[in-house]
Structure formats: C-alpha cells, structure tokens
Design a protein around this ligand. Structure first.
Ligand code: ZN
Length: 382
C-alpha cells in the first residue's frame, strides 16, 4: 500500500485516478437499469409483434443487401427495433450489414447494435463501456434520461483522455463528481441496487482517495484495475505511455498477490482449526493417495486376470468373445479382422465384471481422459 501511495504524490494525478474510478463506479451503477430495460424491450418484441415467426435461415442482413428480399422474420424484427430508434436522421447511418439479423430473436446484443455506436462489435458487454451505454440510453426511446445529462457524463469521461495528460485539478474533480451523481440520482437509476451502491461509493470517493478506500472496500480495488485497463485501444495506449500507470498496475498486481497469500494462509489456518491436531488431514491425504493408486491399477492393462490377455501383443480388441453380461447389438469382428492394430478394451470387460460381481457394493468408478471411450461403456451399461 505504501508503494501505491508513493506513485501518487501528485495531487492532480490522484484526482485523475479518483475521477477515472468514479466513472467506472458510475458505469456499474447505470448497468442494472440499462440491462433490465433492454432485456424487457427484447422480450416485448419477441413475445409480441414477432412471436411465432419462423427462424431466419439465411441471416438476411449479412447476405442480402436489398431490404425487399429479406425474409418476413427479419423484416418484422427490423421494423420493430427501428421503431424504438429516437432520431430519424440516425436511421440512415445504421449499418445493418454489421448486424446478424437471424440472431435477433435469441441474442440481445444484436438488437443493442442498432442503438450502439457503429464501432461497437459486442466484444465488450454494452453495460461495461460507458460510451456504449450512453449511446444506447440516448438513442433508444425506452430510456427517459435527458440528453443533456448523457452529454455531460460523456464529456467527463472523454476529458480524462482528451489532453493526453493524466491531470485533474480540484475544481474539475468536484464538477465531475457533481455530474456523475446527477445521472445516478435520477429515479430510474437510484431505485436500482447497482444505482444505490454507486451513489454511496461516489460519496465516499469525494472525501477519500481511492488508494485509501481500497483498504476498506475491495470493490474500489476492482474499479481501479478497470480504470487503469480501459477497453478502448486508444485510451489504453495513452495510459501505457505513463510510467506512473505502469508502476501502479505492478503495485496492484503485487498487492493482490500478497492478498492472495494472506487468503491462502487464512484458509490453511481455518482448515487446521476444523481438523484439530491434523490427524484427520493426514488420514485424508493417505486416503487420497490410495484412491489414486487403485485408479491407476484399474487403468493398467497388465493388472488383469484375463488369460487371453497374455497372448495379446499391444493390441486389445473388444470382441466380447469371453463371457460378458452386456450383449452388444452388433459386433465389430469383421472390422477388427481387417484392422489388427485397433486398441480395444477386452481386458476392461473382465476387470469390470470381476469388480461388480466380486464386491457387495456393486459399484465401480471409471475415469479416463477424453477420447478413451468411456461413453461407449456407459452406453452398454445402460
Ligand atoms: Zn432473415
């Protein structure tokens, strides 16, 4: 923590960090209102005007340039989504060719693309990037947030990277917090759980810097990590130029490792307390080793009693020639004759048979990596 403080001796850089974290907090605060409204709109279209429409099989928006040739499902969905677009002059700018119209009924992101900025490709969730979130809120009629407020919040965010220097003076910080709190305190957002949490976090950030708050609340560390690793490449490139930021990232990582070590130590202590003097833990380890040895022996083909196994040379075909409780619907004898190197599991039939009939519990555990044919066994056992 001291190392973190040393990186932030400059008050304007400290303010910059606080505002960057405040933006991350605000983004999270808005997310619940944004996501629930979008999901409700998607359900409304899906179960209303577009209910019972057949699936689009050709992804019209990608394959057909001419709207008149689109299938009825895509035409209906397009008309419905477009009816919630707030600005008529924006309609012409929507790049339908970048959207997968056949996914509209099952993928909310494809619907969000109509309202989001054209550069958004859904690689990051629309709720986690403030620029995308504000575009969607501003362009979709389902949201009632005043445009002016959206614009001011966007200005606060853009100002962080606008001049290429990570400095925010006290007056700018105060103004930024006032604007961010304005949007969070709107009834639609402040009534949500994420909105309420963000308001309380911003109030704490106003009186204490984020580095100090991190010791009290892990959520601030999370937001600081997000703020120092923005999604936008251009923003990240600006941050990458600053030694302070690099050092901070390093400190956060090291501090997190230290914390992880503390958590592990704490867990070890708790385990020790639960298991008393450790005898239980030793017994547990011995049992675990025994189970591993047993499983390895089951999987080792040399440990079988099937007499014919000794005549096999690297090839163990499953022919079901020896007495076997599971009769296959068809055999592969002809196939195996032509492919003598096929590896089979006849030795395993004998092993399973012996285990199942030779023990009172009648239970067996088979483990193997993918591709060893366990599904085949399960099929026959069924
Ligand atoms: Zn279609």
């Amino acid at each position: 923590m001291d190392a973190l403080h040393q990186q932030i001796r400059n008050i304007d850089f400290s303010n910059w960090l606080d505002v960057a974290v405040a933006i991350s907090v605000t983004t999270k605060g808005i997310s619940e209102y944004l996501e629930s409204t979008i999901l409700a709109l998607h359900q409304e279209i899906k179960n209303g005007a577009c209910a019972l429409l057949p699936n689009c099989k050709q992804n019209c928006s990608k394959t057909l340039r001419n709207f008149s040739t689109w299938c009825p499902t895509c035409v209906k969905w397009k008309g419905q989504i477009k009816s919630y677009n707030k600005y008529r002059n924006r309609e012409r700018k929507i790049k339908w060719g970048d959207i997968n119209s056949s996914d509209w009924p099952r993928n909310v992101d494809e619907m969000v693309k109509v309202f989001a900025p054209e550069w958004w490709r859904a690689r990051t969730p629309y709720t986690e990037d403030l620029s995308v979130a504000l575009h969607v809120i501003q362009n979709c009629t389902k949201f009632n947030i005043p445009v002016l407020i959206c614009q001011r919040v966007r200005d606060v965010r853009n100002a962080l990277f606008a001049h290429g220097h990570l400095q925010v003076d006290n007056a700018e910080k105060k103004n930024a917090f006032r604007i961010l709190l304005t949007i969070l305190k709107l009834p639609e957002i402040s009534q949500t759980r994420s909105g309420r949490l963000a308001i309380s976090q911003l109030k704490r950030l106003k009186s204490k810097c984020v580095i100090d708050l991190m010791t009290e609340d892990e959520a601030f560390r999370h937001h600081l990590v997000l703020a120092l690793n923005p999604y936008k490449d251009t923003d990240r490139e600006i941050l990458n130029q600053y030694e302070h930021v690099k050092e901070l990232r390093l400190c956060l990582r090291e501090d997190q490792n230290g914390q992880l070590q503390r958590i592990l130590t704490e867990r070890t202590r708790i385990v020790g307390r639960v298991y008393g003097n450790g005898r239980f833990a030793i017994a547990l380890i011995i049992s675990f080793i025994c189970i591993i040895i047993i499983l390895l022996n089951i999987g080792h083909r040399d440990d079988t009693t099937w007499e014919g196994l000794h005549n096999e040379k690297g090839c163990l075909p499953m022919t079901f020639s020896s007495p076997c409780p599971w009769k296959p619907d068809f055999t592969f004898d002809g196939y195996l004759t032509n492919r003598p190197i096929l590896i089979g599991r006849n030795w395993l039939i004998d092993k399973i048979q012996t285990s199942l009939f030779g023990t009172s519990s009648r239970g067996i555990l088979l483990t193997a990596e993918m591709g060893y044919g366990l599904l085949l066994w399960r099929g026959y056992m069924d």
